[in-house]
Ligand binder design. Structure first.
Ligand code: ZN
Length: 326
């Protein structure tokens, strides 16, 4: 009888042990599986973010290349017009293309200098580790330029902002975050970002900047909201935006050679009254700094041509037209 009892106790103990194991195993599963899923999701989100950043960059390159092509088309058309003695003997289809692209160049009274060709060197995305080098080169040739900066708050970047102003150059805004998906998501986001970069510049230099360059240019196709709305917001802040009509090509992911950069920057200057050249002040753009002395020397060697900083009187180059309500 006692042996039966003993067996029964042993069997019960075994059942309890199995039950315990089962409970532990299920607990383990309940905790571990979500944990593994979390880790997998985290890795996925991270790689998606990287892809998104890469795509944003490619979009910027495409937008820049597109704007340059549109500009060249416009020039070809005006040359054709001129050769036809001012008669509008222009290919109608091509004319429509230009209209569709809504490219305009405001003409405004010339107030800068008497020179026939005015060239504006503009540097986007700074400050960077190269800002000081760029400033030194500009100084060497006694040339003033325009810097469209983004929101960098560290000590060195703030110093760079002051150096730009002290050197007599123009400080423009290029958004605080430079994140397309954020700033172009809504007008509120855009306004918030705008206030941040304007304040940073004001607190650092005492200058209230009144010129802006849209990341990707005003003709970028990233925003689902019409770019005109952001342009109207800038207008309501008494801020003028400037695109470009000459691209150095240094905005792409491939590092261009010095010769290519120089050639790109000289493109069409002698046929235009106003040339606004897009360059980048960025840690990845070493060859831009190397090419800069040659770019300046070549431009200054052109007849009746000056290099100027953008001011409120500068004739703007804009890829889109702002439609203002009366
Ligand atoms: Zn940029």
């Amino acid at each position: 009888m006692s042996e039966d009892n003993y067996r029964e106790t042993a069997a019960r103990r075994k059942r309890v042990q199995t039950l315990k194991k089962l409970i532990l195993l299920s607990l383990f599963t309940v905790i571990l599986i979500p944990f593994i899923l979390c880790v997998i999701l985290f890795v996925k989100v991270h790689s998606l973010n990287e892809t998104l950043d890469r795509l944003s960059l490619q979009l910027e390159e495409l937008a820049q290349a597109g704007a340059v092509q549109q500009r060249q088309l416009e020039e070809l058309l005006s040359q054709e017009m001129a050769s036809a003695g001012g008669e509008p003997a222009v290919n109608e289809a091509a004319k429509e293309d230009v209209k569709a692209a809504e490219i305009i160049t405001f003409s405004q009274e010339e107030t800068d200098t008497a020179a026939k060709h005015k060239v504006y060197l503009t540097f986007d995305d700074g400050p960077s580790k190269y800002t000081e080098d760029i400033l030194n080169i500009l100084d060497r040739y006694d040339v003033k330029a325009t810097f469209f900066v983004v929101g960098k708050e560290d000590e060195r970047s703030r110093e760079a902002l002051s150096m730009i102003v002290d050197g007599g150059h123009t400080l423009g805004m290029h958004s605080y975050s430079h994140k397309y998906t954020e700033i172009y998501d809504s007008e509120e986001n855009f306004a918030e970002d705008f206030v941040k970069i304007q304040s940073l510049i004001y607190e650092t230099t005492g200058i209230k900047s009144s010129i802006y360059r849209f990341p990707g240019g005003s003709s970028n196709t990233i925003s689902e909201i019409p770019m005109q709305e952001f342009a109207e917001y800038l207008d309501s802040q008494q801020v003028r935006f400037f695109d470009w009509n000459v691209s150095s090509g240094d905005g792409g992911s491939k590092l261009l050679s010095v010769d290519t950069l120089v050639d790109n920057c000289l493109e069409g200057i002698t046929q235009r009254e106003t040339s606004i050249i897009l360059l980048h002040d960025s840690a990845e753009k070493r060859t831009t700094v190397e090419a800069l002395p040659m770019i300046i020397e070549n431009i200054l060697a052109l007849e009746d041509t000056v290099i100027l900083p953008i001011t409120e009187d500068t004739e703007p180059v804009q890829h889109i037209q702002i439609i203002m309500d009366e």
